[in-house]
Design a protein around this ligand. Structure first.
Ligand code: TXA
Ligand code: MG
Length: 315
């Protein structure tokens, strides 16, 4: 694809105005959210959305999340429900994505939904993301800003390492505080957990007063993006390791000797925030990675989901 010079913008008001104008011109802009950096395009502009798929090298059957400034904006595109309202009240703005039926006349490019009759919507909490969405004033389709299948970016440097020369700009506002992608809940039928993420499933279940359904692993569910191999470092990843082999780097959790520690104090939120950055840093050393066991409750479920994909056999 054609090379372009990627602008390195700040989160200042004039820079965000410039980023919003680039989006309006159908260009690609990477921006920080509280979860990971997103690669944004105007969701109504099919050519702009096609450019996301091209820049990432992403399989075109994988639908995108639409980012909006507030819940009222989301309701222009999807059929709202009481359950959606409850979850939006509890967790928006924040790291939760809701999948709802598309409204007639929605105007969203078919490339965003990959032909589904539902749309994933999210209202991010990051101040720079919110300011950009307000300045742009429309729906922004944004997958994580990394080449398809690779580790998600939690800094602007990660974005540039993977996509420099392929996108118009990156808005740099430092590291992402949550560090894991949003939790995705399907609300087209009974509430279903389509992807564990930055809001622990237990918290969502507490608000709903019911358990979330869990799609069968590997079943042809309505979350087509859940490819098994994903978040892949260049080298092999081995999970639940009590100790590293001699050739391996060791990614630790809790008090232990290791090359990098997700959280020496055993805090899962801290581990989530460090996960992708530590994987990027170890991967840059060009050796296989062993990972210590991580508890599977709360944010640990999403951390283990990402680690399983990082360790999965590659296609
Ligand atoms: O935190 C996040 O969600 C980040 C930031 C940038 O907002 N975005 C992100 O997007 O993780 P992406 O494209 O890497 O992951 C989107 C996921 C995919 O697994 C996709 O299949 C699923 O959302 N998805 C999108 N639309 C869907 C739909 N209509 N039904 C079911 N799953 C959907
Ligand atoms: Mg992604």
């Amino acid at each position: 694809m054609a090379q372009t010079r990627t602008l390195h913008l700040t989160a200042s008001a004039p820079d965000l105005e410039r980023a919003a104008r680039l989006l309006a011109d159908g260009r690609l802009v990477a921006f920080p959210t509280e979860t990971v950096y997103g690669l944004g395009a105007d969701a109504r502009n099919g050519r702009a959305v096609a450019a996301i798929y091209a820049a990432k090298g992403r399989p075109s059957f994988n639908p995108l999340i639409v980012h909006l400034a507030d819940a009222a904006a989301a309701q222009r595109y999807v059929t709202w429900s009481d359950t959606a309202q409850k979850l939006a009240d509890a967790f928006w703005p924040g790291p939760l994505t809701l999948v709802l039926p598309l409204k007639p006349g929605h105007g969203i490019s078919g490339l965003v939904t990959a032909g589904l009759d539902t749309l994933a919507v999210r209202v991010p909490a990051h101040p720079a993301a919110r300011a950009l969405l307000r300045a742009f004033g429309g729906p922004v389709a944004a997958p994580s800003a990394n080449p398809s299948g690779r580790i998600s970016p939690t800094t602007a440097a990660h974005v540039l390492a993977g996509l420099s020369g392929r996108i118009a700009a990156v808005v740099d506002d430092g590291p992402c505080p949550v560090g894991l992608e949003s939790t995705i809940v399907g609300l087209a039928g009974e509430p279903v957990l389509l992807r564990p993420g930055g809001v622990a499933a237990e918290r969502i279940e507490a608000v709903l007063g019911q358990a979330l359904a869990r799609p069968q692993d590997g079943a042809a569910i309505s979350a087509p993006g859940q490819l098994l191999s994903h978040y892949a470092p260049t080298e092999r990843v081995r999970l639940d390791a009590e100790a590293p082999h001699p050739d391996e780097l060791f990614l630790g959790f809790g008090a232990m000797a290791c090359d990098l520690n997700l959280s020496p104090g055993g805090d899962l939120a801290e581990a989530a925030a460090n996960l992708f950055g530590h994987l990027h840093a170890l991967d840059a050393q060009g050796k296989p990675i062993a990972v210590a066991p991580i508890p599977n409750h709360g944010l640990g479920a999403a951390i283990n989901d990402r680690l399983r994909r990082a360790a999965a056999p590659r296609e």
